[in-house]
Design a protein around this ligand. Structure first.
Ligand SMILES: [Zn+2]
Ligand SMILES: [Zn+2]
Length: 312
């Protein structure tokens, strides 16, 4: 097996690049211009928010916590809904997404981490998708390959994405007499918004906040980042305990995916919800505090470079 199959290698991804540029231009230039000249209806707003929630949460609850981490179980029709609306977020197939994400957790900040923060903020945010050819090795998602719907979505991803992300919302808009405004809001701006929110998980969540549970990994916890990332901002906890279906463990932590999975569990639509026992969480936190304190005291006892220079 050649290196290029294991490690990402440099290579412009023109298809992704053009899609990003066109959708971003339509979102940040086309949409404001259209709204300024035509206004926006309640229908457009409702469809926009519905589609942000449906596609965004299908990525966080479905692609991420269900498929990549198997932190709970759901019946096939719920998996189908996650796959359908997840495809509409235009973030690749669930199989590819989960494979890359498992590599991110298994080899953080190494050459095998597709969105390693060590290669810079913009690489982790979007550069890894545009300027790098990512390996297509699915050995780490053999469990997912057994599922026929996941494989169908993977094989015919373009069709799934087109139908879910563009044709369905646009057709609904046309039927309601709001064709172009729906195109700019629930299609273009929504795709741009949900993509950027997800990309922030790989960049902001490894940049801002506190490494509450593991100072060895640069994943951080931050309440404001949680707001931007649809609840994925408690990233230090998530990297320390990826099998837990929650990211924000306190009741007040903004984590809509956690609340909805709990609700699904209450109504028997989800089962086997994994929760790490509180004593293990506390132990991890204390361990992290201790090693942080050790690091700080080591750097405090070291003479400052200015003083060292003054006495040499
Ligand atoms: Zn991460
Ligand atoms: Zn994860």
């Amino acid at each position: 097996m050649s290196d290029s199959l294991i490690y990402p290698e440099r290579g412009m991804q023109w298809g992704i690049f053009l899609f990003m540029v066109v959708s971003a231009a339509l979102a940040v230039i086309g949409m404001p211009l259209y709204i300024f000249s035509h206004g926006i209806s309640r229908f457009d707003l409702l469809l926009f928010f519905f589609y942000v929630a449906a596609t965004g949460l299908s990525v966080t609850m479905g692609y991420h916590r269900l498929f990549a981490h198997v932190s709970y179980k759901v019946p096939s029709f719920v998996k189908f809904l996650f796959l359908f609306f997840g495809a509409g977020a235009f973030e690749q197939s669930a199989l590819k997404w989960a494979s890359q994400h498992r590599s991110h957790h298994l080899y953080p900040d190494t050459k095998r981490d597709p969105y390693s923060m060590k290669q810079g903020f913009w690489h982790a945010h979007i550069g890894w998708l545009i300027f790098w050819k990512q390996p297509k090795v699915y050995e780490n998602v053999k469990d997912l390959q057994k599922n026929k719907i996941i494989m169908n979505q993977h094989q015919y991803y373009g069709v799934w994405a087109l139908v879910s992300g563009i044709l369905v919302p646009w057709t609904l808009g046309i039927m309601a007499g709001h064709g172009w405004s729906t195109f700019f809001t629930a299609v273009c701006f929504r795709i741009f918004f949900v993509q950027q929110a997800t990309f922030c998980i790989n960049s902001l969540c490894h940049w801002i906040g506190k490494a509450t549970y593991d100072p060895e990994v640069n994943a951080k916890d931050h309440g404001l980042v949680a707001l931007v990332t649809l609840g994925e901002g408690y990233h230090s906890f998530h990297h320390r305990f990826p099998g837990d279906y929650r990211n924000g463990i306190r009741w007040y932590h903004w984590d809509p995916s956690k609340w909805l999975i709990s609700l699904m569990g209450f109504f028997k639509m989800a089962k086997d919800l994994t929760r790490i026992p509180p004593e293990r969480i506390l132990r991890a936190r204390l361990h992290a505090e201790k090693s942080l304190a050790r690091k700080e005291s080591r750097s405090a006892s070291r003479p400052s470079p200015v003083l060292e220079q003054a006495f040499t």
